[in-house]
Design a protein around this ligand. Structure first.
Ligand code: G1P
Ligand code: ZN
Length: 543
């Protein structure tokens, strides 16, 4: 075994986006591409030297090759100990937990989340800091700077480590521990929820359907829902992780899971269903005849927090990303706890969680989580809902209806325009920004603009400022249209249009979501000039 120094030249496109560096697999397979970025991580995080690193991925194509490379580089860069998941299969929330459990200096997670996998799919790499959360902007900026200035990287020429068995190995003087990631995660979940109550609820004839979408959540879900909670074998579908997610799109939302939605709208549907994404941090929650929007899910968990052992003492506060609906704000106002509005991306919740200002947070993009880790957590969300069902002994649909009756309904939808040219995407945002000053007071159809801005956020803990986080147009009566460009795509631009309308009157709560939002869709399309600039007349994905 020896430590080699390999000369290289920088790739100038290694700027991490909303959630790490994501590119097509082909990009990551070219010589030095992965190595350069990993070296940039070691350069930006000197604390890794002599310390512990957690390592794993969502099992997508190229996962195992990349893991072996990173193990050799960790050894050559003086990491004392690497904790790597068996088969390299580590969900994002479980990685966050392992970092915190072992006091590691950080973790590297190989995932492109819900993006498709396989040789023609996407690959990604993200770094989580010592608090278990996604690297904050200052750190990802430092990685990018390091990547742009790189002229060599260090790597050991050691042989591959057997990741299929638990055990301990060495590369150079670095200890490599292959661990079972499911066991520690399951122990944590048992500390947060009332497993006896959920077991009773299941035993009393309730049925559940969980779907891992052929991704990394499978082994976690089988162990928790089937082995520990006693749901019948087979309750977890598509539980074996596959490198290409069986050709599917591992994104738990109504657009990607039409069969699941159709089943849940039938009279003989299970009582509860949930699906998870590629790295098991996202969740979609469904009941019989009921699709729960992520924004509502967050608000409902907040309103019922004291029923969950994790939140027995109440919530200090909650946070939502700016585009997420204002449903949780209404709960916070009524219940008297603080709420925060942050930019898109889980990294902005980290400081608030670390400081104990919030204990629960979420995003409209099927992400819900809490202070037990520093990532959103799909399986946790499903367990939280099961615990709620067991405690309330009501159906999902009844819980949602009662919540709306108490707080009003925030009808909500996201319209994505995918595969736009970068020029068209930029032109739409520029057009919106150009109107901000003149919009307030304007009457647009039935809607009157109250305020408009380009969202900026000052972190209350460290004072860091994040600007240009999306254009918000607020209308009288609580309706909103929010616009931003995706930061996770690997090709062209995606415009996300977030639409929200507040329905106070229970007589309107039964309205179909798209029908309730139709006037807003038209106004938003005009404001951004979607048809005028791109010729598109309808969104590609509606969730
Ligand atoms: C998307 C979601 C965002 C989420 C991120 C990572 O980012 O919109 O809420 O945090 O994926 O899962 P975007 O592509 O919009 O930048
Ligand atoms: Zn994900």
């Amino acid at each position: 075994m020896s430590r080699l120094i390999i000369p290289t030249t920088p790739f100038t496109d290694q700027k991490p986006g909303t959630s790490g560096l994501r590119k097509r697999v082909g990009m990551f397979c070219q010589p030095h591409y992965l190595e350069n970025f990993v070296q940039a991580i070691f350069a930006a995080v000197p604390a890794l030297q002599g310390n512990t690193l957690v390592l794993g991925g969502d099992g997508r194509f190229h996962n195992e090759v990349a893991l072996q490379t990173i193990l050799r580089m960790a050894a050559a860069n003086g990491v004392a100990r690497v904790i790597v998941a068996r088969h390299g299969l580590l969900s994002t929330p479980a990685a966050s937990h392992l970092i915190r459990l072992h006091g590691a200096a950080g973790g590297i997670i190989l995932s492109a989340s819900h993006n498709p996998g396989g040789p023609d799919g996407d690959f990604g790499i993200k770094f989580n800091a010592a608090n278990g959360g996604p690297a904050p902007e200052a750190l990802t900026d430092a990685m990018y700077r390091a990547a742009c200035a790189l002229h060599e990287y260090a790597i050991s020429d050691a042989a591959d480590i057997d990741l299929s068995q638990l055990g301990s190995h060495h590369i150079e003087s670095t200890q490599i521990e292959v661990v079972d990631p499911v066991a520690d995660y399951a122990t944590l979940m048992q500390q947060l929820f009332d497993f006896d109550a959920i077991r009773d609820w299941l035993r009393s004839g309730h049925r559940v359907r969980l779907d891992a979408l052929h991704a990394v959540g499978g082994p976690y879900a089988v162990h928790l829902f089937e082995d520990l909670l006693g749901a019948p074998l087979g309750s977890v579908r598509n539980a074996a992780p596959q490198p290409d997610f069986a050709g599917g799109h591992p994104d738990p939302n109504p657009a990607s899971c039409p069969e699941m939605i159709a089943q849940m709208l039938r009279d003989d549907a299970p009582d509860f269903a949930a699906a998870f994404d590629g790295d098991a941090d996202r969740n979609m929650v469904l009941g019989r005849h009921c699709v729960v929007t992520p924004s509502d899910s967050l608000a409902i968990l907040a309103a019922n927090a004291r029923l969950l052992p994790q939140f027995r003492d109440g919530l200090p506060g909650v946070a939502r990303s700016m585009p997420t609906s204002q449903a949780v704000d209404a709960v916070a106002r009524t219940e008297g706890f603080d709420w925060y509005e942050t930019p898109t991306g889980w990294k902005y919740f980290g400081n608030l969680l670390d400081a104990g200002r919030i204990a629960l947070c979420g995003e409209e993009s099927y992400g819900t989580g809490a202070a037990h880790v520093r990532e959103k957590d799909g399986i946790w969300a499903a367990l939280a809902w099961l615990n709620l069902l067991a405690a309330k002994r009501q159906s999902v649909a009844d819980i949602v209806t009662a919540h709306w009756a108490r707080f009003g309904r925030h009808a909500y939808s996201r319209h994505d325009y995918e595969g736009l040219s970068l020029e068209h995407g930029d032109a739409m945002l520029a057009r919106l920004r150009g109107q901000i000053a003149t919009l307030p007071g304007q009457q647009l159809g039935d809607l009157r603009v109250q305020a408009a801005d380009d969202f900026a956020y000052t972190d209350p803990m460290d004072g860091s400022v994040s600007q240009r986080q999306g254009v918000r147009v607020l209308f009288e009566g609580g309706a909103r249209a929010v616009f931003r460009l995706s930061g996770t795509g690997t090709e062209g631009a995606t415009l996300r249009v977030y639409l929200e309308r507040y329905l106070a009157d229970p007589a309107q709560h039964g309205l179909a979501t798209q029908q309730a939002l139709a006037p807003l869709v038209a106004v938003a399309g005009e404001l951004a000039g979607i048809a005028a600039i791109s010729g598109r007349t309808a969104a590609d994905v509606v969730t």
